[in-house]
Design a protein around this ligand. Sequence first.
Ligand code: ADP
Length: 537
Amino acid sequence: MQGTMMRFPLTLAHLLERARRLYARSEIVSRLPDQALHRYTYREFHERTLALASALQRIGLSRGDRVATLMWNHHAHLEAYFAVPCAGGVLHTLNLRLHPSDIAYIANHARDRFLIVDDVLLPLYEQFRDQVSFERVIVTPLSGGEPAAAGYDDYENLVAARNAPILRDPDENDAAGLCYTSGTTGRPKGVVYSHRALVLHSLASALPDALAVSNGDTVCPVVPMFHVNAWGLPFTAVMLGAKLVFPGPHLDAESLIDLFARERVTLAAGVPTIWAGVLQALEKKRGRRALVQGMRLVAGGAAAPEPMIRAFDKFGLRVVHGWGMTETTPVGTVNFIRRELARLDPEELYPVRAKQGVPLPFFEVRAVTDAGEAPWDGATPGELQVRGPWVAASYHDLAAERDKWTPDGWLRTGDVATIDSHGYVKITDRIKDLIKSGGEWISSLDLENALAGHPAVQEAAVIAIPHVTWGERPLAVVVRKPGHAVSTEELRRYLEPKFAKFWLPDAFAFVDEIPRTSTGKMMKVKLREQFRDWRWD
Ligand code: ADP
């Protein structure tokens, strides 16, 4: 049929122009390395972003070229978030917590042409510069020190040249961003985001039944901007003209609480490890200042334990649980209370709020067992498979991983989940972390979350250990809170009323810390390695 709607590309260029037109006065605040706060408005953000985009083109950026960043969360990183894709390039955020040789591997695999690096991160860059060959290295003088040394370009010089921008209008299917998985379960793999995917993801994740971002919000992405486009929040906030607050390199609980209070943050996002730290600080009254009541703490990347959600409620802070992965831009499901559950008692709602949430519009989920798609009964676990316009269709330059997609076009997430009749997805494990005892699955995540509720437990990981009779049995590895003692028997008694008997860990091992990945997830591969010689008595 002819004569329908305009063809209007869904691109980040529109969001940038919208920021200028509508939100010139909105504010962007960044914590600098010396703790000082840098402030400016969307007007300056827009001007500098255009200047950076045209500067990149002047130094030779062509369509599809990768520009890497090695940066903390701050205004200049936000400028790169928009300038690179709006100039036709692809923003490749490098994870500065990885080992230098892994960073080099990723930059080479992506064939990054340029690098933008914070001056405070130059020592890190120096550790792998021999293994990479960026054509230009642009340094942000974040710490207010000397202008960039010879051989480097100075970021401020580049954005100071305010001559007429020579931006090209990207196509909505052009690549805009690139991020590598953090490699919790294997070698990092690159995921390429299109403009269209980023725009649709921003629209859907901003909905009231998702992250509920609005113009009146003050948004603080604590999650590093080198993780999956910092969960879309930089794009979503700019789309809506929200105030943005960036923590810079200061991610300790006290600095965060201070920043949230000072800038009246209403929505912050980070992994549960960050929130666990903030909670401890609040409990010890280490955060000196009051936070905005009703402030939302978006938690994702790993499971947010129910006890944590309860504990934050006592402070008037609401944990919003979501699920996603690098391959899904990342937000796929977000927890909200559906109308048919709204009348339940808050106590009854906690187990619901601890689930990973309901799929966003245009994001489809299914749990698949050996016998086909699992019923949505909240009980039958299966592999979580997803599809949608912001789900990767392949990895960057990596044909070997084709079996991550099913023949009928769904992404296998590698997570095991149940889906209930209301559509809430609950992640019970990663396939690689499953524990199979006597032919039955035991959810390590459920056990870990329950253990996290014990007052003496700081954190716990439950892993499978081979067993002659049962195939595998669970071992709980526990970190006790400083100054707290707790015995194996006590922990066992604590779990007993909550689980079937065969789920209870056969043993508890106490350790000082649980190995973590660069994104703050428990590294179970390493833990299993650590307990390789464990023998059941
Ligand atoms: P990696 O796979 O290297 O850890 P990602 O950052 O892409 O890198 O991680 C995605 C994975 O993180 C998901 O597949 C899932 O296992 C886990 N995850 C993300 N959010 C949650 C959540 N809310 N609860 C439990 N697991 C989660």
